[in-house]
Design a protein around this ligand. Sequence first.
Ligand SMILES: [Ca+2]
Ligand SMILES: [Ca+2]
Length: 188
Amino acid sequence: MAINLSKGERINLTKEAPSLKEACIGLGWDTSTRGSNSFDLDSSILLLGSNGKILSPKHIIYYGNLKSPDGFIQHQGDNLTGKGEGDDETVEINLHLLDTAIAELLIVVNIYDADKRKQNFGMVQNSFVRIYNKLTRQEILKYELKEAFSSETCVEFGRLYKKDNEWRFHAVGNGYNSSLKDLVNRYL
Ligand SMILES: [Ca+2]
Ligand SMILES: [Ca+2]
């Protein structure tokens, strides 16, 4: 049974799924169909070192940089509409082979061109992040973001981080009224 998390909760992934090696992060959302502009959400994974900083510009995984330098994190590409149930964007991780310098994967979703298109997370529904076993497809955890967002254009969905050599997941759910670039700057 998958574990459903609420904002702020954490679980020890290594303890819950000791045999997990290849994992997928699935991200989903549905956008408002109002307005004439297309509505595109993008997922990014910021790879942080133990000092809480992004390891290098190449350690920002998103539609423009699909693979981590060690090759063990692979973004499956850009979904342009978010239409339909289930995962809209997916990131695969070889958890057991990751560069040991990676202490945290910060999972961020932002609205592409939000300012120009006058869009925000108040217009986004059914957002979630889940982690499942790539081989068995078994879902390990899911966090549905039920927060009432309004003007936010960039949201930290969750963080996967290493503590005492075990991987833990933290359901973050913090939104910012800023661009992805501004958010990235906080971690440089
Ligand atoms: Ca997208
Ligand atoms: Ca969707």
